[in-house]
Ligand binder design. Structure first.
Ligand code: GDP
Ligand code: MG
Length: 361
């Protein structure tokens, strides 16, 4: 793009001059007209920002695409056993057993099915807030929702809320009817209630699977895992494996010794140690990548949750991770995004003030 004018660039890329200008303003570039020519650095930045948009729309064009594991979120009413179910599932993972049951909390874990060579990635943060927050930031991380309903309690307000979340995100549900070990368990009643809510269970010819489990007794977990894999096959989940990684933050924390740490899940491509990344408005260089049992690794592939180290600041859940060529560019894009976030924040505050003033009139 070097030496081109904004107008030419707009014609070449199909992006409007206004879009290109707004990117330039965001990174603090000044320009006086669409006939201004573009410097190398700015051209590369624009290419990257536009390239990202293009990649998002045609993420699989021109490279090898392979099946990928599903990423699953557990939702349901309070006390119906979301945390217990995640604990029980985590204990079925080979990695957890190899690590002597001690896995550090990294925000996600993988259950591998050695027989079929497949696996399932579970997000470790149950609940609707995390799901909504990620969605609000544009992160389509979850492929399948496990809806936990206690067999002795049935469908409750937050069950309905979870259904609504899954529906609005267009994410399929697999039902886990939990606490089936309890004397008062009535799975049939749960199914009836769900049917009344418009959930089309397989029993009545629909395509939503329901599995009876007990998180407390660790029963039915293999059936649940099977159901999730079946659902995944149905969805034909695939991802580009080679090329630059696209990933999402699922959790971030500050470690006293190691600094900001983020658990991320790769959506496409391969993340490689040493790469420069921009995450939301933060940036850094991948000093270390660790898997779910804390072992360092050189690369991360689609659906693999890893913890990364080397960021300059703390990102937020749902932030996107992109790989850039150099530290300079990482810093430039990060600063541009920070400026944009600040501008958006000020705009919102102003809008709120105007609304408030209007309400007082
Ligand atoms: P959450 O609020 O959905 O995360 O629910 P928890 O996992 O914290 O479980 C709430 C309570 O139900 C706890 O006292 C668990 O021990 C209990 N519980 C969870 N799963 C089962 C189960 O399968 N059977 C029985 N009997 N109790 C369970
Ligand atoms: Mg819980």
């Amino acid at each position: 793009f070097e030496g081109m004018t904004l107008l030419e660039l707009s014609r070449r890329t199909g992006e409007s001059v206004a879009v290109l200008q707004s990117i330039l303003i965001n990174v603090g570039e000044t320009f006086s007209s669409e006939f201004d020519t573009i410097s190398v650095d700015v051209a590369e930045l624009l290419a990257m920002e536009i390239g990202i948009n293009v990649r998002r729309q045609h993420s699989t064009e021109g490279s090898e695409i392979l099946p990928r594991p599903p990423v699953v979120t557990v939702m349901g009413h309070v006390d119906h056993g979301k945390t217990s179910l995640l604990d029980a599932l985590r204990n079925t993972s080979v990695a957890a057993r190899e690590a002597g049951g001690i896995t550090q909390h990294v925000g996600a874990f993988v259950v591998g099915m050695p027989d079929s060579g497949t696996s399932i990635t579970f997000l470790d943060t149950p609940g609707h807030a995390a799901f909504s927050e990620m969605r609000a930031r544009g992160a389509a991380v979850t492929d399948i929702v496990v809806l936990v309903v206690a067999a002795d309690d049935g469908v409750m307000p937050q069950t309905l809320e979870a259904i609504a979340h899954a529906r609005s995100a267009n994410v399929p549900i697999v039902v886990a009817i939990n606490k089936c070990d309890k004397p008062g368990a009535n799975p049939e009643k749960v199914k009836y209630q769900l049917t009344s809510e418009g959930i089309e269970l397989e029993d009545i010819g629909g395509n939503v699977q329901a599995v009876e489990v007990s998180a407390a007794k660790s029963t039915g977990l293999d059936k649940l895992e099977e159901a999730l894999l079946l659902q995944a096959v149905d969805m034909d989940l695939k991802a580009r494996v080679d090329g630059p990684a696209q990933a999402y933050v699922v959790e971030a924390r500050l470690d006293k010794g190691r600094g900001p740490l983020a658990t991320i899940i790769v959506k496409a491509g391969t993340l490689v140690r040493g790469q420069h990344v921009v995450i939301g408005s933060q940036w850094g260089r991948l000093r270390a990548i660790r898997d779910m049992i804390g072992k360092t690794t050189d690369r991360a592939t689609p659906a693999m949750p890893v913890e990364i180290e080397g960021l300059k600041g703390l990102p937020m859940a749902g932030d996107d991770v992109i790989v850039v060529e150099s530290e300079e560019r990482a810093r430039m894009l990060s600063e541009g995004r920070k400026r944009k976030f600040e501008k958006d924040r000020l705009l919102k505050a102003e809008e709120a003030r105007i609304e408030e003033a209007a309400a007082r009139m």
